[in-house]
Design a protein. Sequence first.
Length: 395
Amino acid sequence: MTTKSTAAPPTVAAEPESPAPTAKVQVSKLTKSFRRRKESVQVLHGIDLEIVDGELLVLLGPSGCGKTTLLRCLVGLERPDGGRVDLAGRTVVDADTRTFVQPNRRDVAMVFQNYALWPHMDVARNVAYPLKSRGLKNLLSGGRVEEILKLVQCDHLADRYPPELSGGQQQRVSLARALASNPGLLLLDEPLSNLDALLRIELRAQLRSLHRQLGFTGVYVTHDQEEALALGTRVAVMREGRFEQIGDPEEVYRRPATAYVADFLGARNRLEVKVDDLGTAEVDGQTLRGFFRPGMPGTYTLLFRDQDLELRGAGGNEGAAGRSWLTGGTVHEVLPGGNHNEHVVRVNGIRFWVGIPASKERYAPETDVELGIDPRHTLCYDADGKLVEGWTHGA
Ligand SMILES: Nc1ncnc2c1ncn2[C@@H]1O[C@H](COP(=O)(O)OP(=O)(O)OP(=O)(O)O)[C@@H](O)[C@H]1O
């Protein structure tokens, strides 16, 4: 038998505290509106953000959610209406005191989607430009241009002009130009989105190792979730000018805090369910037993990633253990892919995308199928779109 102890809990020798990392970038209550015709449209709604030294924060979100506007406020190309920005302890924006430091007086460099190199300067002069304009003579004479061009594997292009370069080479050079002066903050606005798929992946890897080697502090804008997860030391998912979730990339991917984040990170298959007190879930006239634990009646949204769903022929009994099967499905279309064949399936008018490994059976259009769902690979959200934890025995 155990008895409750009334003794004071054992004391643990205090670890010597490591100094709290200081914020390199501190943004508070940042707001920004634009005038469109006669109306004012608010694009940033009181952004609060801290970025520590060496972090590469990725801003992820759909078109129009305010990612670029936030970057432009950080570099000084937009003047915020309200709030404050401190870079390395120096206030560069403070709406209350009407402080606004011009872009060339902030220690910030930016890489643009369209490279923005000076066409009349060769590569070496493009890269040297920020060193000259900031009067960084030591870096100039110390071989910084050659060094940084070598790092981005463009040293052999030093005397070429931008129009003579491929898109990938131009973007490497613009990265070298941005990094040349060791800026306190590097901003990257969809730098890879003009490149073809293979080059994107190659440059993504190169960017990651550059970040590892140089340890720069950066903010990287993209609407590509793979890019965000591959590059970010932290990921911030934006929605209509606010942060919906900020966190470790793995955490944001595994446990999206809201249905919006889950949907944006690939959980695009959706089932609305009504659950009774015993944990029995009704899905369009079908019943799922044992999926929910008892004692949490209500209406929930279940979200699934394509690769977490399974198919089997109608009336079949095969399939992985632990799955529940929704009957009455029909394969609508199949999109063959390299590793996965995407099956578009309809069950009672609800559309699902099911990614079946290419090594497994591929179902022809019009085949009657059942859809396998597994609580261990299901995300559950309440009526407000908030993540529900501990909703199933199976997870
Ligand atoms: N100068 C401007 N004048 C008026 N509206 C603007 C201006 N700049 C941006 N906007 C509007 O602000 C909103 C946010 O734009 P922003 O470029 O920040 O979005 P985004 O998330 O970067 O989108 P994308 O991924 O398409 O670049 C959009 O609705 C856009 O039309």
